[in-house]
Write a protein that binds this ligand. Structure first.
Ligand code: GLU
Length: 505
């Protein structure tokens, strides 16, 4: 039975890279008929951020990533919040000490800092490792009695993993293949802290084991920790799960990791939902509030680092699940592309259920004090303008004139397209329109073309002139569709009022 987990730390809002990790775990679990677990890794009390866990849970829910087990869901392997499992970890740290794989260290942060500075000043790198541990204040150098005395006296200590001195640590990553790290490049990581809490490394391994996780699918930033995790599994006598480290999400120019700060700086969100920093009140934008459909958002994210191996790009959650395999996840980083993100939303908008678009547009119109418009009319407008829109919000700039007569006329457009004879010419056309009994786009088009020919009018200027009177600018869909939707009465009012307003210029 495949069991995978998404294990965020509530140290801030969830970055879109995190959502992608959750998404790939979801695909993997569902495809194999396995289970997806949400585990909150909140052992680092110094980095706790108010509201972050709630934000993470809501973002995942909005994205449509559903979990089988987790803090608010339950499950046989709970609790799923590490702070609620606190009591559980110490015994494993003790077991490691007993078996000679870990040791107590009494060095204070100040002592270590002083040592680091001294070594660095001499041009050496300092880490708490096999080269240095012999000279430091720990249970490897102190006698058993001294250690017991210190502990009994309540002296602060950490527990560190005893990394072997000279060993090539090798494991296979599903995405990267064989990974080799020499233990001389590793430090004796703290696995248990002086505050009585395990560090990420110990808690993560203990929980993955107890929760019977079969595959660890996580971001590449955790690859350097993987050899340490392999050692922990070995020392605790457990089988390690399989590992798959996902490629980084890169900045649009490909230079470096897409960071939390990049988004609003570069003009696109890096968070699924808006986030207000509880300390500074600084607001970071989110995909949800920017008008993205969750379906478009996850489709876009899934394609950053994976593709189904065929031409398809627009895919539902179920289709992506069906097509997903870790073999098709790329090794190299995936560049974020803000235009492509919009493109995905644009595509989803074109196919979105009409009744939902109508009610969303109605809400927006209400804010413009436009109410009591019938659904049929709104639907016609949406059909005419939606191929120009990426978001529902774009319906207002692209379609407000269907509900509101122009109050002014774009000066540049008028200058470019309005001529002295526009008044007479468009006046003549308006007269013909009056006589028209079947107000249909193609019939109206014929009327205009006939008049242009008959009176040798300048075609381009006429089309644009009429458009300016109806829209207030030289933009919008096919002119005759605009006329048909507005209807005879409203169109004629706009033409007459407009001719009078712009006049001879
Ligand atoms: N708590 C870690 C994080 O915040 C989890 C890493 C892992 O999946 O092992 O990303």
């Amino acid at each position: 039975m495949v069991r995978v987990r998404f294990a965020p730390s509530p140290t801030g809002p969830l970055h879109i890279g995190g959502v992608r990790t959750a998404l790939y775990n979801y695909f993997f679990a569902k495809k194999q008929g396995g289970k997806l677990i949400l585990r909150i890794e909140d052992t680092d009390q110094t980095r706790f951020v108010e509201g972050a866990e709630k934000y993470i849970q809501e973002s995942l829910k909005w994205s449509g990533i559903h979990f089988d087990e987790g803090p608010n869901i339950g499950g046989e392997f709970g609790p799923y919040r590490q702070s609620e499992r606190k009591e559980l970890y110490r015994q494993y740290a003790d077991q490691l000490i007993e078996d000679g794989y870990a040791y107590y260290a009494f060095d204070t942060a100040e002592e270590l800092k002083a040592l680091r500075e001294k070594e660095e000043a001499e041009g050496h790198k300092f880490q708490y490792d096999s080269k240095h541990r012999k000279d430091l204040n720990n249970s490897l150098t102190l006698s058993k009695e001294e250690v017991e005395k210190k502990i009994a006296a309540g002296e602060n200590f950490t527990i560190r993993l005893l990394v072997p001195e000279d060993e090539e640590i090798v494991f296979t990553d599903i995405i990267r293949g064989e990974v080799k790290v020499h233990s001389s490049n590793m430090d004796d990581k703290i696995i248990f802290k002086s505050d009585g809490m395990p560090t990420y490394h110990l808690a993560n391994i203990v929980d993955d084991h107890l929760m019977e996780i079969t595959h660890v699918i996580r971001g590449e930033e955790w690859l350097p920790s993987a050899p340490l995790h392999i050692l922990l599994y070995r020392y605790l006598g457990w089988d390690a799960p399989e590992f798959a480290h996902l490629p980084l999400l890169l900045k649009p120019d490909g230079k470096g990791k897409l960071s939390k700060r990049d988004g609003d700086r570069l003009g696109f969100p890096v968070f699924p939902m808006e986030w207000t920093d509880p300390q500074t009140n600084e607001i970071s934008s989110g995909y949800k509030e920017s008008g993205y459909f969750p379906e478009a958002f996850i489709n876009m994210l899934a394609f950053l680092g994976w593709n189904p191996g065929d031409e398809r790009e627009i895919m539902s959650m179920d289709e992506m699940t069906e097509a997903f395999s870790l073999d098709r996840v790329s090794k190299s980083g995936a560049r974020f592309d803000a235009d492509k993100a919009k493109w995905f939303n644009h595509e989803y908008l074109q196919k979105y259920p009409m009744e939902k678009l109508v009610s969303a547009f109605k809400e927006l119109l209400k804010k413009e004090n436009i109410e009591e418009v019938c659904d049929d009319y709104i639907e016609k407008v949406i059909k005419a303008i939606k191929d120009r829109a990426d978001f529902v919000e774009d319906f207002i700039p692209h379609g407000l004139y269907f509900f509101k007569r122009p109050e002014s006329y774009d000066e540049v457009a008028v200058k470019k397209h309005w001529r002295e004879n526009s008044v007479t010419n468009i006046g003549l056309i308006a007269e013909e329109f009056e006589k028209c009994e079947e107000w249909k786009a193609d019939i109206l088009e014929n009327i205009v073309k006939e008049q242009i020919e008959k009176h040798e009018m300048p075609g381009g200027k006429i089309f644009n002139g009429i458009r300016i009177l109806l829209v207030g600018a030289s933009s919008g869909p096919h002119l005759f569709d605009i006329l048909e939707i507005l209807g005879k009465e409203e169109s004629l009012i706009r033409l007459k009022e407009g001719i009078a307003n712009i006049g001879q210029e």
